[in-house]
Design a protein around this ligand. Structure first.
Ligand code: HEM
Length: 204
């Protein structure tokens, strides 16, 4: 497909296409004998996916693993980091958006931030405050002995912030809040039919 047609069909400028190409997201355009830049057919779907991600508010870098695999299912996906020594390595997530493990747990408890690219395995957890505290204690226990003192200090810093929880949304975590776009029984944006009530997982 000629670059002009691709740009028109995807609703972007030819400069944008070249910028994507420079970043390696788009395969290099081939030059035809008469000088036209030709992209392979998969280029249109790829640009449409990028535009969908950007329209949602992701930056290019936040397109995540998609930038490497070019697979639409990897849009917004990030490497699952090790939890070893996690208490001493704030801030959390790829963008350092969460300051404490309580914030991380609050994030998971409400099923993450709803977006069209959310992993189907994410669902709200409905954990109580004491269950959140227990999970943070578990995460803090994954600290190597040689970092024990630092771990204790950092956990104390985080615990002091426990009363200030920007991510906490108990109503959403317990499924008591109508949220735009949420249609599933667990507050998922697009719930796979196979999901079970989290309370029944693990034989409870
Ligand atoms: C209660 C359950 C969970 C706990 C306690 C937990 C804990 C954590 C923590 C503490 C981090 C931050 C690590 C860091 O930045 O150093 C993290 C990141 C991450 N977790 Fe989880 N997690 C849970 C569930 C899940 C699930 C269900 C998935 C996948 C479906 C998942 C996938 C990931 C990924 C991909 C990251 C990296 C995200 C990024 O860098 O932006 N986690 N998790």
């Amino acid at each position: 497909m000629r670059s002009g047609e691709l740009a028109r069909r995807a609703g972007v400028s030819p400069d944008t296409l070249r910028a994507y190409e420079r970043r390696g997201i788009l395969p290099e355009a081939r030059r035809t004998a008469n000088g036209y830049r030709m992209y392979p057919p998969e280029a249109l779907e790829r640009v449409e996916l990028i535009q969908a991600g950007l329209a949602f508010g992701f930056t290019l870098a936040e397109l995540g693993r998609f930038l490497v695999t070019k697979n639409g299912a990897d849009l917004g996906a990030f490497k699952t980091s090790t939890l070893r020594n996690v208490v001493i390595t704030p801030p959390y997530f790829h963008d350092g958006s969460q300051d404490t493990l309580w914030d991380v747990l609050d994030h998971y408890n409400k099923g993450g931030v709803q977006n069209p690219f959310l992993d189907g395995g994410i669902q709200r957890l409905g954990l109580s405050e004491s269950e959140i505290d227990d999970l943070v204690a578990f995460l803090a226990s994954l600290t190597s002995d040689r970092f024990a003192a630092l771990g204790k200090k950092e956990l104390a810093r985080q615990r002091a912030l426990r009363g200030k929880r920007p991510q906490r949304d108990t109503a959403a975590a317990l499924g008591q809040k109508a949220q735009k776009g949420l249609v599933g029984p667990f507050g998922d944006a697009v719930p796979p039919q196979t999901l079970r009530d989290p309370a029944t997982i693990g034989g409870r």
